[in-house]
Design a protein around this ligand. Structure first.
Ligand code: ADP
Ligand code: ASP
Ligand code: MG
Length: 419
């Protein structure tokens, strides 16, 4: 018998009416004879509102209490959804993350799933009931409630699918799948029928929030097939699969953008061996996620080193940077929050040169300055001014003709069209 995990995001259950429509959709699946485990997010902007509430009563809320608060959002959804399904004559039972057996480590706010003790949910499913699991949450090895990081309901869904051995993990959201760029930024973006785990990992880590990064990592490790699709239409969405399963390989599959990072420049750093290690070690030890790095040309024995990190980590990084500047004899550090990063991703890039050149030319033609560049075998990222980010995405999207359903040949990237 088919076993499916269906995850519904915040917008999909944002109002009581939408909640009822989701209930109907779940019941329709169960009516086909499938066993259905549902994972649900908090309604609409509930998580943001709860964060805002916390900020109003405390300047530094304790991580444990913040998690207690935030998990309430998903708890509301799970109960309401179970009620709505009950009204349609089906038996549904809701579970918190803890009740569903989602065991995590102890890092509040970004806990990692260690294990899923799935017995209780399986028992409910075996009894013919629909199990509704609250997304985004678990219980730590020291018995505290934890959350999995923003967008974490995707991870809950994939983890449940892996633990239950589900045939598919369906991620229902407010767009019809994974697109060649965020359809809210590039309205002409094209829905990708399939995308590989590797490409999706790069897109998610580069800011395409349609799937949380951790959920893609988990799916790849456990071989979970993901189908991203719309809550509001029946249209086939995007399948996330092994690269080997893909019949054709696009050189460029998609473009992601991210306004969540800041640029830090360590100014007047003495240019001698070992300095980069001394600079980045304390940041790594402080749990700061450094992304792109660029070291400027040395002048008179001094250099500037710029790098990007999540804006959310600036508060933690600042005292470390202050102390570091003193220790290594730099003149100080500057923070620039007004940047954006765009990334071009495609598995076919590995074997086709010219993608980076074409991307840089497109930006140059649009008069957009590139401040930092970094690459992986299947990704090229550029930092630009935040105000130019959306236009940058658009011109690069156009350059690679991502609206068209064609697999470009590398020679088409050889030169800019104007030359
Ligand atoms: P949910 O609440 O269902 O989890 P999210 O807001 O987390 O939904 O993710 C869906 C959103 O991701 C879309 O509304 C879209 O704006 C954004 N997005 C960013 N990049 C992409 C992309 N490449 N394809 C589709 N959606 C994208
Ligand atoms: N409600 C959580 C968030 O807003 C988790 C999720 O929606 O996936 O991040
Ligand atoms: Mg999401």
């Amino acid at each position: 018998m088919t076993l499916v995990v269906q995850k519904f995001g915040g917008t999909s259950v944002g109002t009581p009416e939408r909640m009822r429509r989701v209930a109907e959709r779940i019941v329709a699946t169960a009516d086909t004879g499938a066993t259905v485990c549902v994972v649900v997010s908090a309604m609409g902007h509930t998580t943001d509102e709860l964060l805002d509430l916390a900020a109003q009563v405390s300047s530094r809320p304790q991580p444990r209490e913040l998690d207690m608060l935030l998990t309430a959002g998903e708890r509301i959804s799970m109960a309401l959804l179970a009620m709505a399904i009950g009204d349609l004559g089906r038996d549904a039972v809701s579970f918190t993350g803890s009740q569903a057996g989602i065991v995590t480590d102890t890092q509040h706010g970004k806990a990692k799933i260690l294990e899923v003790r799935v017995d209780r949910v399986r028992e409910a499913l075996d009894q013919g009931r629909i199990a509704i699991v609250a997304g985004f949450q678990g219980v730590s090895t020291d018995a505290n409630v934890t959350t999995l990081g923003r967008g974490g309901s995707d991870t809950t869904a994939v983890a449940m699918a892996a633990a239950l051995g589900a045939d598919v993990c369906e991620i229902y959201t407010d767009v019809e799948g994974v697109f060649s760029a965020d359809p809210r930024v590039v309205p002409a973006a094209r829905k990708l029928p399939v995308v590989s785990y590797e490409e999706m990992l790069e897109l998610s880590s580069a800011g395409a929030k349609v799937l949380a990064l951790r959920s893609v990592e988990y799916a790849r490790t456990h071989g979970v097939r993901i189908h991203v699709r719309s809550t509001f239409t029946e249209t086939e969405g995007t399948w996330v699969v092994e690269e080997a399963e893909m019949l054709e390989q696009a050189i460029v599959s998609g473009i992601a953008s991210d306004k969540g990072e800041a640029k830090v420049t360590m100014v007047g750093v003495p240019d001698h061996p070992g300095i980069a290690g001394r600079l980045f070690r304390p940041l790594a030890d402080g749990g700061i996620h450094i992304d792109m790095i660029v070291q400027n040309v040395s002048a008179a024995g001094f250099t500037d080193i710029s790098f990007t990190l999540p804006k959310a980590e600036l508060g933690t990084a600042d005292p470390i940077l202050r102390e570091l500047a003193e220790q290594i004899g730099a003149s100080g550090h500057q923070v620039d929050e007004d940047i954006g990063k765009l990334s071009v991703v495609g598995a076919g890039m590995r074997s086709h040169p010219g993608v980076a050149a074409a991307m840089f030319e497109a930006l140059a033609d649009a008069g957009i300055n590139i401040e930092i560049i970094s690459t992986s075998p299947i990704r090229i990222s550029c930092v630009v001014r935040a105000g130019e980010l959306d236009r940058a995405v658009e011109v690069v999207h156009e350059r690679f003709r991502l609206t068209e359903e064609v697999l470009l040949q590398s020679d088409e990237f050889g030169a800019s069209p104007r030359s």
